[in-house]
Design a protein around this ligand. Structure first.
Ligand code: GCO
Ligand code: MG
Length: 412
């Protein structure tokens, strides 16, 4: 079964997405997600200029060999652009293989280990009343696990906090937080770590007081703290029993988490910006983390992320795949198939995509009972509408950047 063609499709139904479509000689079509938020066109070019020509004529069934060929064969390994491109090829080939087998993809990965993948949604508010409202709306939508982010007194805008109100659900405006903003240049925000560290414990105290001990709560520190600040945050949140505290320190320094671990029993998650199993070597072997965050889209596809999750299983570390709006419904569908199959599944992030995005990608996954199920169609379960996609041309958009009050650039 030879690959006949591969096409890169850039579309922007509310936000930018990069999709790879692979077609075999006998007309089987597979889709992969290659979206890298704020750097979309670099992956599109990497695919078009350097990967697509290598795919034509290859046997579509040889997924592992193609993965190794693109990874080892490229000489320049790893990195978000390369690994998102490899992810798209890998995912599309798994989609094809499952369609040819006439089975939903999770069946090829070992079959279901559970009924559904528990997901967490994003609640946020500039202050406690808005946050409480947002949590209630998520509970009404059926979420059983909720990530909590709030504004910080004295700061105008903070990562993870929606500016529009939750009343927009079902309408055209976003109600979940959308990190990328459409503009020619990135927005700049001001950051103050001391104000943040003082504020967060009081937020969780209020949330536990309002919603009780049972609700699953998570929080994302978005790589902004030093190890000792992170240790203090983890310790101060212990009374509120978080499911996890995410990305406390910058991702480049795994050793930093040793210090955090020595000081707190709050479970730690990291890895949305990692792209291979090697990025996790120290963290998993030394049991410095509890959840691995890599999604299929950014870490070499089903093949790459399965390696990470299997390695994690040896140390009782579980999956917690990244699922923001910048992972397309294709990437999310792939994560749900994989999450359903692996034994050490932990939780799946699920930020709702906009209605326009859902119309373009036509995913068959189902959200119910607090979880996602992939559906029973052969393959990934994606019905990509190319005509509709063509109506949404690319628009430049960037993630914001952070500066301290004295102007120093800080992790956002
Ligand atoms: C998360 C993430 C996202 C990222 C975004 C960057 O936990 O969902 O931190 O919100 O900021 O995916 O592109
Ligand atoms: Mg995060």
């Amino acid at each position: 079964m030879r690959i006949d063609r591969a096409d890169v499709i850039v579309t922007s139904p509310g936000r930018n997405f990069v999709t790879l479509r692979i077609t075999t000689g006998d007309g089987v079509v597979g889709y992969g997600d290659a979206t890298l938020n704020g750097r979309e066109l670099s992956v599109a070019a990497y695919l078009r200029d350097h990967v697509v020509p290598l795919l034509i004529g290859r046997d579509a069934h040889r997924i592992e060999d193609t993965w190794q060929y693109l990874y080892r064969g490229g000489y320049w390994r790893r990195g978000p652009v390369t690994m998102a491109a490899i992810a798209a090829v890998d995912t599309a080939l798994w989609d094809i293989k499952a369609k040819v087998a006439g089975l939903p993809l999770y069946q090829l990965l070992g079959g279901a280990s559970r009924d559904r993948c528990l997901v967490y949604g994003h609640a946020s508010g500039r202050g406690i009343p808005e946050l409480t409202d947002s949590i209630r709306e998520h509970l009404d939508l059926g979420f059983r696990a909720i990530r909590v982010q709030t504004g910080v007194p004295g700061l105008d805008s903070v990562y993870g906090v929606a500016t529009s109100s939750a009343a927009a659900v079902g309408g055209s405006a976003r109600y979940d937080y959308e990190p990328a903003r459409r503009a020619a240049l990135p927005a700049e925000e001001t950051w103050d770590t001391r104000a943040y560290l003082r504020h967060v414990p009081s937020v969780f105290e209020a949330v536990r007081h309002e919603f009780g001990p049972e609700l699953i709560l998570l929080h994302d520190a978005h790589h902004r703290l030093t190890p000792i600040q992170a240790a203090r945050l983890g310790k101060s949140l212990e009374p509120y029993d978080l499911f996890w505290l995410e990305d406390v320190t910058p991702a480049e320094n795994p050793e930093g988490l040793r210090l955090v671990r020595e000081h707190t029993t709050t479970p730690l998650a990291i890895g949305e910006v990692f792209n291979t199993v090697w990025d996790y070597q120290t963290l998993i072997r030394e049991q410095l983390i509890d959840y691995v965050r890599s999604p299929v889209t950014h870490a070499g596809g089903i093949t790459g992320v399965r390696r990470i999750i299997d390695y994690a299983a040896m140390y009782q570390v579980k999956s917690g795949m990244h699922g923001p709006t910048d992972v397309s419904p294709i990437g999310l569908a792939a994560g749900v198939h994989l999450g359903l199959a692996v034994h050490n599944f932990g939780i799946q992030e699920y930020m709702l995509h906009s209605a326009e995005t859902m119309a373009v990608f036509g995913p068959t996954f189902i959200f119910d009972d607090g979880g996602l199920r992939p559906g029973e169609e052969p393959g990934l379960g994606i019905h990509f509408d190319e005509e509709l996609a063509a109506r949404y041309p690319y628009e430049p958009a960037y993630l914001p950047t952070n500066r301290l009050r004295d102007g120093t650039v800080h992790d956002w």
